[in-house]
Design a protein around this ligand. Sequence first.
Ligand code: NDP
Length: 475
Amino acid sequence: MAAHQEKKTPGERNHKSTQNGSQTSQVQWGRAWEVDWFSLASIIFLLVFAPLIVYYFIMSCDQYQCSLIDPLVDLLTGKKHLSDIWNKTPALTYRAAGIYTLWVAFQVVLYVFVPDFCHKFLPGYVGGVQEGAITPAGVVNKYEINGLQAWIITHVLWFANAYYFHFFSPTIIFDNWIPLLWCANILGYIVSTFAMIKGYFFPTNATDCKFTGNFFYDYMMGIEFNPRIGKWFDFKLFFNGRPGIVAWTLINLSYAAKQQELYGQVTNSMFLVNVLQGIYVLDFFWNEAWYLKTIDICHDHFGWYLGWGDCVWLPYLYTLQGLYLVYHPVELGTANAIGICMLGLIGYYIFRVTNHQKDLFRRTNGNCKIWGKKPEYIECSYMSVDGTKHYSKLMTSGFWGWARHFNYTGDLMGSLAYCLTCGFDHILPYFYIVYMTILLTHRCIRDEHRCFSKYGKDWKRYTAAVPYRLIPGIF
Ligand code: NDP
């Protein structure tokens, strides 16, 4: 990582500087300080419509067999009114509130009170106390990495219940899916609002807070960089990983159990969704320490975007394929199943190897081998908010020489594979690939804007050396 550092005097710190030959403020990298009209309009649109989008998708499965068109047709032709749809929507129940409270409380216990033991016996796994990346204010946070352990314990208990104890039905998640949606929303809004209040009144690290002065922007994109309660309860790591990603595989298992209950069998498409998404989830937890160096943790502040997004958007919309397959049990032909499986596995391979190459390169400061050779790179420098000059490297070989975000390309191939398991009768399961394409393309642009602010002309040298973003020769 930063191999060398040089301190600047306070006088040098307090004015804008010419960094790497481009006019940038020393504190530009990280999220924006000023909000343009387009960003504000997009944010207000998302605040209003994102919860409605989630409701619409889940309701259309519940009431319209996953057709996204039929509810609209019913409403536009006057066959149904909004109140008819709303009245048929299951309400919040005490049972769902109890399940959800227990679920979140259990994940908090696993996160805060059970130190990692997996790293003691799993070779190659990095767990226990790990350091995150340096923040714009120059802080290096410590994290207890125990997500894999939480995932294993949760799933062992799930299977023990399903096959042995029978305390609850494995279809419990599917059976309470809409009442649980209200609980997830309540938590999402509480967490985001609390994070905003905390940012104003008792931030964990005041120098890493950003206030744009625009209420909506600050609520959505967050004020605090790494809000914490106590020494270890880190909001970003907990909310993204635990109620969100641990739940992902359980939700899929619940869908598979529902198929079994309804049709007496689990289709090969449901099996593929469970396996391919299971690999992605396990990969996330196996590499949780690496996740500390990704954009979510390194650059995004904690606001509604992450808080509500992790509680509601992720578990509800990332699992649409499994939900769809409960209503439409697709049995794929052997050739199609093999083709989709290969696409998913190759996508995953590209995603993993690309991420691993960068991680290895950064961890060893370039002293490693990528595809059997010493990596090629561009030396670059940047400044943190305290005026310290840091040095870094941008790799230009391996998959990072093919495109600037080839990890996203692999991710998109995997995402397409999940959707293809559902056949072509409805568009609902394809939401995921459309969303991921928008998310990751936007991320490319956002990340590149940030990197340019951070590295200035060194970033330009890098983009000249690796001209394509996602698909070599095309984009
Ligand atoms: P990256 O892992 O690509 O990280 C981008 C950062 O890496 C840049 O900001 C820069 O940071 C550094 N970097 C960029 N180019 C190079 C280079 N050539 N050599 C070395 N370092 C470089 O992005 P993300 O954090 O967004 O994504 C991580 C993974 O998570 C991806 O595989 C993505 O597909 C996945 N993802 C999945 C999502 C989902 O919802 N399923 C959502 C978002 C991401 P620095 O400032 O350190 O130089």
